[in-house]
Ligand binder design. Structure first.
Ligand code: PEP
Ligand code: CO
Length: 451
């Protein structure tokens, strides 16, 4: 008799492990019907694209490129029109130009987009005015309204998430190829930011530098109007792969290599609440061949981080694993250097990215969940300082932002104060940087890269 080795992997093998943060569907058989439908639908991305991202992330791990991963905390089924998508892309492109110029290396752009629908929750329930209801788990599961009907997990939402991801991805592909990403246009938007905002004026010199670089390219005969490298861009997609049934249904075997890829996005990551070494998420992630990320919060020890590296990238493939640290501005200086040293000494070729959002969230006096731009910038400062002290490459940043003019985070070029948070507080989950705050931050990171 042969028994299956515990290490044998299959897209379904996670089902033998404890899976945290999964919804309690009222009818499991209805979920199975939807998952079967999803298995029959085309992949959203192709294995070759995921490999392409992996090789670009390998360059980041070697210190030859910088990663900008950014987008919504939770995408909403309600705000996925062309303008929302365009504005998010626009701010990411603007930030990337600034970072590329300052860093002198390519910026790898990855959106938290086209599939960022599932949210892990700290509490199973939410209480308002003495009424307790199941928590909102993202539009892929239930609705945000505070009434019992809205909070019921509905499996049809899995299909809707797939369809919305497909249409978002389609538009992103059109925008990035169709001239929207033209370097001159993107730079012109940055110049507007610099001219229009008091904080922006600090960055006038950098904007002039980019102007000069463009003029120089033209002078030596590069046609900056028609060269596709200056006219087109590339934005990869990513999300937290939280709902393992959904991810399993979109995991396909690549006909070229025979390897399994989670074709719901180019890159997927494991959240802070689901990174248990013995859990279902680790089991699922170890077998897919996509580039993967894992959040690393303040409770992780250097040994935990090494164990994650061993579990997720035993073959030490550069670009395979991105560790996204979210330690908090006050703790990054103490906690990050020992992690960097341990991983470097073990010879693991990871990408280090800084998520300066999730360790710096607090409730404001007005009762809103918010973040201060100064804390966000301070964690990035600490991240760069830690890397400079250990001699490793501060590979990238991971941000929650929107192109819209929301008032969810405090501070920045238009000086949003606590009292202003109510004006346009629209997020379904965590507070996001608005377009101006995002650019402000990009210029600050550019200054750090330029040192
Ligand atoms: C998130 O990225 O939105 C998130 C929930 O982060 P974390 O897992 O780091 O808490
Ligand atoms: Co978030």
């Amino acid at each position: 008799m042969t028994t299956a080795l515990p290490s044998e992997w299959h897209p379904t093998s996670w089902r033998g492990f404890p899976a945290l943060q999964q919804p309690e569907w009222p009818d499991e058989s209805a979920v199975d019907v939807v998952l079967k439908q999803l298995r029959d639908l085309p992949p959203l991305v192709f294995a070759g694209e995921a490999r392409d991202l992996m090789s670009q992330l390998a360059a980041v791990s070697r210190g030859e490129a910088f990663l900008l991963q950014a987008g919504d905390c939770a995408e909403s089924f309600e705000s996925m029109g062309a303008v929302d998508i365009r504005e998010k892309l626009r701010v990411i492109l603007q930030m990337a130009v600034v970072l590329t110029y300052a860093g002198g290396v390519p910026t790898v752009k990855v959106g938290r987009i086209a599939g960022q629908f599932a949210k892990p929750r700290s509490s199973e329930t939410e209480t308002q005015g003495g009424v307790e209801l199941p928590s909102f788990r993202g539009h892929i599961v239930n609705d945000i309204g505070f009434d019992p009907e809205s909070r019921v997990p509905r499996p049809e939402r899995l299909l809707e998430a797939y369809n919305r991801s497909a249409s978002t991805l389609n538009l992103l592909r059109a925008f990035t190829r169709g001239g929207f990403a033209d370097l001159r246009r993107v730079h012109a938007w940055n110049k507007e930011f610099v001219a229009d905002s008091p904080q922006g004026q600090r960055y006038e010199e950098m904007a002039k530098g980019i102007d000069n670089a463009l003029r120089f390219m033209e002078a030596i005969g590069i046609d900056t109007y028609s060269d596709s490298r200056l006219h087109e861009s590339e934005l990869f997609t990513s999300h937290e792969a939280l709902l393992l049934g959904y991810e399993e249904a979109l995991t396909r075997q690549d006909s070229l290599t025979g390897d399994w890829y989670d074709c719901s996005a180019h890159m997927v990551w494991i959240g802070e609440r689901t990174r248990d070494l013995d859990g279902a998420h680790l089991e699922f992630f170890r077998g897919i061949k996509n580039p993967v990320g894992c959040k690393v919060g303040p409770t992780a020890t250097p040994e935990d981080v090494l164990a994650l590296c061993e579990a997720l990238n035993p073959d030490r493939i550069p670009g395979r694993l991105t560790l996204i640290t979210r330690l908090g501005a006050e703790r990054v200086g103490g906690l990050l250097p020992p992690m960097l040293t341990a991983v470097r000494d073990a010879g693991h070729p990871v990408v280090w990215a800084c998520d300066p959002m999730h360790g710096n969230t607090f409730t404001s006096n007005s009762g809103r969940k918010t973040r201060h731009l100064e804390d966000v910038a301070a964690e990035i400062d600490g991240f760069f300082a830690a890397h400079r002290s250990v001699g490793t490459w501060p590979g990238g940043i991971h941000l929650e932002l929107t192109g819209d003019d929301v008032t969810e985070c405090i501070g920045g070029s238009t000086e949003i104060a606590d009292d202003d948070l109510d004006i346009r507080y629209e997020t379904m989950c965590d507070p996001r940087l608005n377009g101006r705050q995002s650019l402000d931050l990009a210029f600050r990171v550019a200054e750090l890269l330029h040192l």
